[in-house]
Design a binder for this molecule. Sequence first.
Ligand code: 1BO
Length: 325
Amino acid sequence: MSHGKILTLSNGKTVPQIGLGTWLSKPHEVEHAVEWAVQAGYRHLDCAMVYENQDEVGAALKKVIPSIVKREDLFITSKLWNKSHQPDQVERELDETLAQLGTDYLDLYLVHWPVAFPPGKGLFPPDSAKPGHVELDTETSLVDTWRAVVKLLDTGKVRTIGVSNFTIDHIKGIVAATGVKPTVNQIEAHPLLPQDDLVEYCKAEGIHLTAYSPLGNNLLGKTKLVDYPAVTEVAKRLGASTAQVLVAWGVYRGYSVIPKSVQQDRIISNFQQIELSKEDYDKISEIGHQAHTRFNIPFTYKPVWDINLFDEEVEKGATHGVKIH
Ligand code: 1BO
């Protein structure tokens, strides 16, 4: 069975190009999704503490290891959530993740978001759903957190470390202070949010990119990316699904993509790759050039997006209370 193309990271470790995303996969659905994915040939699984479904992913892993796959043949990613950025919380949260997933190591551990929340019981600070109310930990810098994550490499509990949703300035900040480059930056990327500058920067720096939401998302209730005429036209002509076309668009850019689905037929077809010609790639890329999509950010994680790390002020250097150094 083919497990798809394998990409090599800057530390020599390898990652399967197509993985299963589990963000927004509901409890009672994600266990089957992971089982079906592994049966279909996926060997790359993307998880996070804040997805609140790692126990279920762990239950699925218990079923497929070792009957279908050996642990060492899987590439499992998880992410440190904002409320555990304080250096003394980092390994504690990692241990919780390992217990939930039922594994004693991760292939990749990412700092999920360049924002520190005060530690506490819930995943979000109290009242943070109210606009403008998010309480930040402005004492803990990204550099403090990154140093603590770097130390995890010595514990044997993580094989590779990286970041997620980091801008160029965030990356430059942690690298300048520690001399340690993240191996991976996982970002939202699709034709409506191509993030060309960040993609180029990471490529030039040898930082592997993983695109989440490669099929777009409809969290803002606008036209779904899969329904854009450029996507439907290419899909029809190639006899492929619109999701396959969007996965192929990410693959064409050379990074890894982690489409999310909890439906068996879609999980299987998302993994069956088609190839895009340069002409079709360009045609689909036009979507992002026409739309003003920098603001097309999903609002589900409102406290995070309220800080709006992607707006024009950030481009001018504002950090909205996020302490980089
Ligand atoms: C805050 C969740 C974004 C996708 O990992």
